[in-house]
Design a protein around this ligand. Structure first.
Ligand SMILES: Nc1ncnc2c1ncn2[C@@H]1O[C@H](COP(=O)(O)OP(=O)(O)OP(=O)(O)O)[C@@H](O)[C@H]1O
Length: 221
């Protein structure tokens, strides 16, 4: 499903170049749930951004079902991001002025679905994540766990093949974190979804199929 080869990423700073990823090779099978753990600054977020085509590597390739995603540019790359990958961020990144329903509809509207199509899609998903009674609430009127559920529903609205979650429970207490992982479990069972989840919690990572350990821009075996 996902194959990354020789990924390097460096950033230019006023102190010179910072090497953040140093030769990452990985292969993730369809339907697999992979955890990524590592110390702060190890490069986990950078890796997730590259796997989701939110950023480009300095060198190396990422293939989804054999397709080299960085060979795509412009509208085809935007289409890949919108349809193939769902992204859940640590700080949910919901739009504060919009309701839960509108936030979940947003990727569908960006993909030029009509309101008539997007409303039932988003309503169904909010029901699946246990928020059928909170459709009209704005993010500020929801708890942290509820906000993250909305973000998960938004990530799923275009029926992606892959869900990338960067510290989806980083801001939550341990009980709520466990609930979010249970929800990810249910979603995984209900859909044939490949998942990559960054977490600081070895316990939560241990509930996934496989755990990758990142150290200083490399994957430790
Ligand atoms: N745009 C950038 N410019 C310069 N340096 C950057 C940039 N983005 C990330 N870095 C550096 O790359 C390193 C890895 O960052 P990254 O966010 O990928 O780590 P992480 O493993 O996700 O850390 P955390 O667990 O704290 O979120 C850090 O040292 C960070 O300062």
């Amino acid at each position: 499903m996902i194959e990354a080869q020789g990924l390097n990423k460096s950033f230019g700073t006023i102190d010179g170049r910072v090497e953040v990823l140093r030769g990452i090779d990985l292969r993730i099978e369809r339907g697999e749930r992979v955890g990524v753990v590592g110390t702060s600054g190890a490069g986990k977020t950078t890796l997730m951004h590259i796997l989701g085509a939110l950023d480009r590597p300095t060198s190396g390739t990422v293939r989804f079902d054999g397709e080299d995603i960085f060979a795509l540019k412009g509208a085809p790359l935007d289409g890949f991001r919108n349809r193939t990958v769902g992204f859940v961020f640590q700080f949910h990144q919901l739009l504060p002025e919009f309701t839960a329903l509108e936030n979940v509809m947003m990727p569908a509207l960006v993909a030029r679905k009509s309101f008539r199509e997007a409303i039932p899609m988003a309503t169904k998903l909010l029901g699946e994540v246990g928020l059928g009674h909170r459709l009209k609430h704005k993010p500020g009127q929801l708890s942290g766990g509820e906000q993250q559920r909305v973000a998960i529903a938004r990530a799923l609205v275009m029926s992606p093949r892959v869900l990338l979650a960067d510290e989806p429970t980083g801001n939550l207490d341990s009980g709520t974190s466990g609930d979010i992982f249970r929800l990810l479990d249910e979603i995984h069972q209900a859909r044939e979804l490949t998942m990559v989840v960054v977490t600081h919690s070895e316990t939560l990572a241990g509930r996934l199929d496989r755990v990758l350990h990142m150290v200083d821009g490399r994957l430790a075996s």
